[in-house]
Structure formats: structure tokens, C-alpha cells
Design a protein around this ligand. Structure first.
Ligand code: SF4
Ligand code: SF4
Ligand code: SF4
Length: 339
């Protein structure tokens, strides 16, 4: 429903387990932020000002029109605010790849809290921690007892914890996608225009290869060696996979304008899987298998040759699941093993 002309809506932005880049991306919209300020009171934005969580807790339920949650759920505080914003918001947007799929913090799901704490606080050569202190949720100091949010064994996505209305992937989401979302919010507030349907992903439904200008070899693809991006200087107009560099384009949602291939770097997959796919890494492996196993008989590779080629990928998990491990099928396998 449209707000009265002089009535501002409430919006909230929160930073969970992430790098802060998503918050900076909001500032990247430049003057458009003034349009937002014209229609909205920002009730929570920890990077911007010091709102107390108690103030949000006192607000009536659904009194925040839209909340943007970036970052994954890594600790008790992240989960508390996710639940709080769900309760207080009409629309909750999962903003950025960490919130949508776990993002790079999600790679922590190959291990657990104990191993992470020991590595970071006890085993790094740069540590100066002679007493071997590891942070704990409760700690005594001369002034009394301090409480810290406990971290979890597993990184969770926002929709693992609460119901999410809209998803905006990207690491961080591009200015174009953020502007699209803000335009939709503004029209919703001023004119009562409907927002995208629940569960919609604010990005393209195509794959990155569809928006990449590089030329793909249609027949007789012949990849003999896998290269790391730093090992060769790829040609600018030819598909990177055809030059032996693993590019996640075939398994990645479009919407960024093929930013990395345009900078002569392979896509790492930050927009997450396409609509049709559940497991981005699995989808990429099957795309590669079908590329290697081309129908042109002369250059068709044997299973062993394909295996040898894939063995050259130095960091398979970091290559195929850099942004989506917590949402992948593998994550469940890991959890079962741990359990
Ligand atoms: S999605 Fe990327 S930019 Fe956003 S918080 Fe996560 S790591 Fe940072
Ligand atoms: S695989 Fe990468 S370089 Fe090749 S067309 Fe797709 S996005 Fe472009
Ligand atoms: S090219 Fe890939 S990694 Fe780069 S911004 Fe686009 S989706 Fe993200």
C-alpha cells in the first residue's frame, strides 16, 4: 500500500557474518541514496550509526517496511538480529552472496568452531598469545563478566534461519541491481506498486555465459591443461575455459555484466547458481564434463583423461564452491560426517 505523501517508511540494514562490502555497495549508489533518504527513515544501520537493539525490539511488529540483511549467520547475535528483523519487517531481503548462500565465510563449513578457534588464536605464526587464551562467550574482567555472542559450528544462510521475501545475490550486489531494488521499493511506497513476488531473485535468470562477450568454441573444444589465472595471459576475446582457465560462467547466474571475464579474469561464481540448479559446484562439474566430452569424435576425451584434467584443479572446493558451500549438497554430507 502507498504511504501518505509526507509519511516516511522505516528501513533497516544489518551486517551479519561478512566483510562489510555489501554496506559499502549501498553507499556506491551515490546520489540515489538521497532518493532513499527522501522516503525512508533508516532505523538500523550499524555501520552508519549507533542504534541500540533494544530500540528495535520496542518497535511494533511489521513497523519496518523493508530490511536488507547482508552477511551469513555465524553467531548468536547474527541469528538474534535475523529473527528480530523478520518480526519487525514487512519485507526481508537477503542481500549479497553471504546472506543468500553463505558466501566466502561459508567455506568455514569444511571444519568446525573448535578447529577455527585453535588455528586463529593458538597456531598462527603471527600470534602473540603466551597464555593460549581463546575467546569464550563469558569472560571475567576486573569490571565484571562480559558476554560475547557464541559462534556456531556451521555457517548458515539467512533463509536457513528465517523466512525470506527477496534475494539479491552478488559479492557485493552491483549498483545496477541495488538501484533496481530501490526503484521497486520507491514505487511500492509512493504508488503502491507491487514488489517482486515472494522468493524472487533480483537478478537475471540467464547464465553468466549468456551475457559474456567472449567467443565460445562451438565444436572441437580441446582443453589439454588447466591453468591458474596467473600462469598465462589469456586472449581477450576467447572463452576462458577454452584457454584452460576454470571460469564458473556456465553454472553462475547472470546479472553482474560479466564483470570478471571483462577484466580478463575468470568468474568465481559470486552470483550463485542459476534458477534451474541447486548445487552450483555440481552444475559446474557437469558443465565441464560435457565440454570435455564433446561429440566431435576426434577430440572426445576418455573418462581417465577428464579425470586427469580435473585433477589439475588445485583447490576444487574453493574453485567450485567459493560462495555456495552452505547451500550445496556437499554441506549436508559434511554435516552428516561430523554428526
Ligand atoms: S557478499 Fe561479498 S561483499 Fe557482501 S558481505 Fe559477503 S563477502 Fe562482503
Ligand atoms: S565460461 Fe566464462 S569466459 Fe567462457 S563464455 Fe562463460 S563467462 Fe565467458
Ligand atoms: S563475473 Fe562471476 S565472480 Fe565476477 S562479479 Fe560476476 S558473478 Fe561475480
Amino acid at each position: 500500500m502507498a504511504a501518505a505523501a509526507d509519511e516516511k517508511i522505516n528501513i533497516a540494514l544489518y551486517w551479519g557474518a561478512g566483510c562489510g562490502g555489501c554496506d559499502v555497495a549501498v553507499l556506491d549508489i551515490d546520489a540515489a541514496i538521497l532518493d532513499l533518504a527522501a522516503i525512508a527513515n533508516v532505523t538500523l544501520w550499524p555501520i552508519g550509526f549507533d542504534t541500540k537493539y533494544e530500540d528495535i525490539e520496542k518497535m511494533p511488529d511489521k513497523s519496518i517496511t523493508i530490511s536488507f540483511y547482508n552477511g551469513a549467520i555465524r553467531n548468536e547475535e547474527n541469528e538474534h538480529i535475523a529473527r528480530l528483523l523478520r518480526q519487525k519487517s514487512q519485507v526481508l531481503i537477503s542481500f549479497g552472496s553471504c546472506a543468500c548462500f553463505g558466501g566466502t565465510p561459508g567455506l568455514g563449513n569444511v571444519t568446525n568452531k573448535k578447529e577455527i578457534m585453535e588455528t586463529v588464536y593458538l597456531n598462527l605464526p603471527s600470534n602473540d598469545n603466551p597464555d593460549g587464551v581463546i575467546p569464550s562467550p563469558k569472560i571475567k574482567v576486573p569490571e565484571g563478566e562480559l558476554e560475547l555472542p557464541d559462534i556456531y559450528d556451521d555457517v548458515l544462510t539467512l533463509d536457513d534461519v528465517v523466512d525470506v521475501d527477496l534475494f539479491m545475490p552478488g559479492c557485493p550486489p552491483t549498483v545496477e541491481l541495488i538501484s533496481l531494488a530501490l526503484e521497486a521499493v520507491t514505487k511500492h511506497v509512493k504508488e503502491g506498486a507491487p514488489l517482486p513476488p515472494k522468493g524472487a531473485v533480483i537478478a537475471s535468470d540467464k547464465t553468466l555465459c549468456d551475457e559474456c562477450p567472449r567467443e565460445i568454441v562451438e565444436k572441437g573444444r580441446n582443453i589439454e591443461k588447466i591453468y591458474q589465472p596467473y600462469e598465462i595471459m589469456p586472449e581477450l576475446d576467447k572463452c576462458l575455459i577454452d584457454q584452460g582457465i576454470i571460469c564458473m560462467g556456465p553454472a553462475t547466474r547472470a546479472g553482474c555484466g560479466a564483470m570478471c571475464p571483462n577484466a580478463n579474469m575468470p568468474c568465481r561464481g559470486c552470483m550463485g547458481p542459476t534458477k534451474a540448479v541447486m548445487d552450483q559446484g555440481g552444475s559446474m562439474l557437469s558443465a565441464l564434463a560435457s565440454i570435455f566430452n564433446i561429440t566431435d569424435k576426434e577430440s572426445q576425451m576418455s573418462d581417465e583423461e577428464i579425470e586427469n584434467l580435473l585433477d589439475q584443479v588445485k583447490d576444487p572446493l574453493g574453485t567450485f564452491y567459493a560462495f555456495t558451500l552452505p547451500k550445496s549438497l556437499l554441506r549436508r554430507t559434511f554435516k552428516e560426517k561430523k554428526g
